[in-house]
Design a protein around this ligand. Structure first.
Ligand code: ADP
Ligand code: MG
Length: 297
């Protein structure tokens, strides 16, 4: 067995796959540059460390369940002048995560709420924080099912564990009483412990209609907003911009500063539809909700 073969076997045995894959390269470089022993060892090991970090981040990204990967660099801030870039810079420092404070992105469809929340999640993951993305609708379905099956507490841990929880599209569909109560529990449990990034097409004044009950809406907003940053995006849909460019949305006299109409599919999501509801009052296990087992704030 040659020295190289022995080395390869050892690297393989130790699971140092990145070094093994680059061994010839590393040796060739070393014979040219003639680094010190320490430098050579450092080159060798940092190759493995980098590869592991990349693998770890990729796994974290997968776990985060993001709908797509978008970064801040891919966001055209000039298209959305209502966004205060200073605020974005502050958020990018990720101090809000250390402070367990929340970020709420409000605005009509297509203005980049999901893009920005994904970019924040991606930045958080790069800095070693755990993140988890869910639409409000899926969250409601998932926790509602867990409640009916008597495993709400266990399931809730999935949403309490990550340092950053992204709840997308709050308010597109109203929640029933059980959904509102469970949502209140989730917000209360994360309060001052972990950040929530939430997006919604509804302004705070309309939140009563999401929860069907102004008292629970107030209680949720109270905790959500206590430590929070709100980004209110008042602008045109970016999706619409592309379609307009493609000539699919001929608009006589456009650019007159008039907001463009939402495409039909997006308007559809805005409709106040109410799903078939399960009342928590008819179910057995007690849930903590304001006005029920606690005084309203
Ligand atoms: P929202 O969640 O507000 O409905 P999205 O974040 O899903 O909107 O944005 C819709 C699409 O347009 C996404 O592909 C997103 O990356 C893109 N987009 C939105 N705003 C911008 C922007 N200012 N610059 C670049 N891409 C944008
Ligand atoms: Mg969105």
């Amino acid at each position: 067995m040659t020295a190289i073969e022995g080395l390869q076997a050892a690297l393989n045995g130790l699971g140092l796959k990145a070094v093994e894959a680059r061994l010839e390269n590393l040796l060739e470089q070393a014979s040219k540059k003639e680094p010190s022993y320490a430098e050579f060892l450092q080159d060798l090991l940092s190759c493995e460390v980098d590869a592991r970090r990349t693998r770890y981040l990729r796994a974290r990204l997968q776990l985060a369940h993001l709908p797509f990967i978008k970064t801040f660099d891919q966001f055209d801030f000039s298209f959305q002048p209502s966004i205060d870039e200073r605020q974005i810079r502050e958020l990018r420092s990720l101090r809000f995560i250390h402070e367990a404070s929340n970020v709420i992105l409000l605005g009509p469809p297509g203005v980049g709420k999901t893009h920005l929340s994904v970019a924040l999640a991606e930045a958080a993951i790069q800095s070693g924080f755990g993140a988890y993305f869910m639409t409000a609708h899926d969250l409601d379905n998932d926790l509602g099912r867990a409640y009916r099956e008597g495993r709400l507490d266990r399931r809730m841990r999935v949403y309490l564990a990550p340092k950053v929880l992204i709840i997308d599209e709050m308010g597109y569909l109203p929640l029933d009483d059980l959904g509102a109560t469970i949502f209140f529990q989730l917000i209360s449990a994360r309060y001052e412990r972990g950040s929530i990034i939430l997006t919604s097409n509804k302004s705070y004044g309309d939140w009563g209609s999401i929860f069907g009950d102004p008292i629970i809406a107030t209680a949720i907003l109270d905790r959500l907003l206590h430590h929070s940053t709100t980004i209110n995006i008042r602008g045109e849909s970016y999706r619409l911009k592309d379609r307009k460019k493609a000539g699919l949305f001929p608009q006589p006299g456009e650019d007159a500063g008039r907001p463009a109409p939402f495409p039909a599919t997006e308007r559809f999501h805005n409709g106040p539809r109410r799903q078939g509801s399960t009342s928590p009052r008819k179910t057995s296990a007690p849930l903590t909700a304001p006005g029920r087992s606690e005084n309203p704030p």
